[in-house]
Design a protein around this ligand. Structure first.
Ligand SMILES: [Mn+2]
Length: 242
């Protein structure tokens, strides 16, 4: 991928919502092989898997497009946990991982190795269009752009957590975006919001498809959003979208 490539369609958290993904790709003008007539490139913000109905088909499609050089993807916390599961690490089968494990139980060892390798190779953040566009699953603060450290990796996967928990036991996330003063545009997901949320020079495009919301794409550099409605509530969310 040339750093001068500037036309991207960035896709929010899919979480196994394969039907909605296909619909969104068609709406954006992509063929079944991931080719776009204007040679636009797809970028996935991660959390391909868990909670939804068909994480395996989502993985297969994204791996295929990435192999063909038509897509890029950053690592989400759910992708990372599934990767650790595949590696044989002891992880708890909760928060929708139990469904991904079930959906992938019959794959052969070659495919298992392919998926593990793909997830293992995913970067925590991507700097595109000569540094004007940065994509990270949970966002990134200006000082951590381009930094590959333990702290930076954790931020890209989980975002800024306050160490506090709400009534339901969920971590309370801090709004780093409100303090962002950098010039690169940061596009991210991870925290579902009712519609794409623009704060300073950042855009959150996780619109909670798996919870019955939408699957959203941001067209860059046009800065237009394209969204498809979820077909169902695939997973009950215990906290309100804010
Ligand atoms: Mn996430």
């Amino acid at each position: 991928m040339q750093n001068k490539q500037k036309d991207f369609d960035i896709i929010g958290d899919i979480h196994g919502c394969y039907t909605e993904l296909l619909e969104l790709l068609t709406l954006l003008g992509y063929g079944a092989d991931g080719q776009h007539p204007q040679n636009r490139v797809l970028v996935f913000v991660g959390d391909l898997v868990d909670r939804g109905p068909d994480s395996l088909s989502v993985l297969r499609l994204v791996m295929d497009f990435c192999d063909k050089g038509r897509a890029l993807c950053v690592r989400g916390n759910h992708d990372d946990k599934f990767r650790r599961y595949l590696m044989g690490c002891k992880v708890r089968l909760n928060f929708g991982l139990e469904r991904t494990v079930k959906q992938t139980e019959n794959i052969d060892s070659a495919e298992r190795i392919r998926i593990e390798g793909f997830l293992d190779f995913l970067p925590h953040q991507l700097s595109l269009h000569e540094g004007k566009l940065v994509v990270s699953h949970a966002g990134v603060t200006e000082d951590l752009i381009g930094v590959d450290s333990r702290r930076s990796r954790a931020f890209c996967l989980y975002g800024q957590v306050s160490g506090l928990h709400d009534d339901m036991g969920f971590p309370i996330r801090m709004e780093w975006a409100h303090e962002y003063r950098g010039s690169p545009l940061i596009v991210y997901g991870h925290t579902p919001v009712p519609e794409a949320r623009f704060i300073n020079h950042t855009v959150n495009i996780d619109t909670g498809c798996v919870f019955g919301g939408h699957l959203t794409a941001l067209r860059y550099p046009e800065m237009q959003t394209v969204a498809v409605k979820s077909k169902a509530i695939y997973y009950e969310r215990m906290v309100k979208l804010v």
